[in-house]
Design a binder for this molecule. Structure first.
Ligand code: AVJ
Length: 314
């Protein structure tokens, strides 16, 4: 048996996104493909970096406002988290609002099951129902009791990964799935000076660089690629017009490689756009929520206004 026969069947959507995305001149691969097992662990590491403030601030906001959240969201609800859940943020939310059922939806099945298991030990009376799915495209939620209040939890400013048009679609999609009367607790990273923003995505320890470059390792492994990883460097910039941090993989020399039996060529200085992380001011995030069918009912920000958690109603 050849090595190719032993390789697990590649995700056809990953293959299509990569092959389409590598066709120039504006090469781009969607950020969701960062999160294989190694990528998910690297992201966990990012959240603990001194330069990466969003996770720390959002966690503080959840802890600080737990009593108010408890009064705003009835106990015995169903919590649907978009993403596998964080080992610190999710328990804070669950303790605050005391739901009956917790439904994490994530694209990375392995990571999802591991975090669901850890949570089950911490909350033995909570029903946990993990769903392996890409919440931006398909989302079949288990039917909960009609009496059950639904709370969507979309932390981390993951909404910032989507361009405005897609983020409105996603919010509408969430609203349709969670239903009339549902609530959404959603995190937004705020616009701030670039001397804070850039280091958050260009950390001194090089973890974000490893996270970005891991996409190429994944392509080589899962899509039979021959990309010379040492020919690429992590590149970060602030796009002021679009109010977003962008991550790119920039070629440092001319290269030729194959992916899934397709040939590609890149010249020194050309790059692959791998992530957008949009930042918001209060007005833009309110308008975005309303465009997505959600009415903001409470906002929680840190004193420096670096991060905002919003509770909204459908
Ligand atoms: C998970 C999308 C919120 O954009 O800050 C962190 C991902 N990328 N460092 C972000 C990320 C590089 C993160 N989100």
């Amino acid at each position: 048996m050849s090595e190719a026969d032993l390789r697990p069947q590649a995700d056809p959507q990953f293959r299509a996104d990569v092959l389409d995305g590598l066709r120039g001149p504006r090469r781009a691969i969607p950020a969701r493909w960062f999160y294989d097992k190694h990528g998910s662990h690297l992201f966990d590491e990012i959240t603990r970096l001194p330069e990466y403030y969003p996770t720390r601030i959002e966690t503080e906001l959840l802890a600080k406002h737990r009593d108010e959240l408890a009064t705003l969201v009835p106990a015995g609800s169903a919590v649907v988290e978009f993403g596998a859940g964080s080992a610190t943020k999710t328990p804070l939310l669950l303790e605050a609002i005391d739901p009956d059922i917790y439904i994490p939806v994530d694209i990375s099945g392995e990571y999802l099951r591991a975090s669901a298991q850890a949570l089950a030990r911490q909350f033995p009376d909570l029903a946990i129902c993990p769903i392996e799915a890409d919440f931006s495209t398909d989302m079949r939620l288990p039917t909960t009791k009609p009496s059950e209040e639904r709370l969507g939890f979309f932390p981390g400013s993951t909404i910032g990964n989507f361009v405005p048009r897609s983020s409105v679609d996603l919010l509408r999609h969430m609203r349709n799935h969670l239903g009339q009367g549902a609530r959404l607790l959603i995190g937004f990273d705020r616009i701030k000076p670039t001397d804070i923003l850039l280091p958050a995505y260009r950390d001194a320890a090089g973890v974000t660089a490893a996270f970005n470059l891991n996409l190429l390792t994944r392509i080589n492994r899962e899509l039979d690629g021959t990309i010379p990883i040492d020919a690429f460097e992590h590149h970060v910039e602030w796009n002021d017009r679009e109010a977003r941090i962008e991550m790119h993989l920039r070629c440092v020399r001319d290269v030729q490689f194959r992916v899934s039996a397709h040939d590609f060529e890149m010249r020194a200085g050309e790059s692959i756009h791998t992530e957008n992380s949009h930042k918001f001011d209060l007005r833009s995030l309110r308008i975005l929520l309303r465009a997505g069918g959600w009415t903001p009912v409470a906002e929680f920000s840190d004193a420096a206004q670096w991060f905002t958690l919003v509770l909204a109603e459908a």
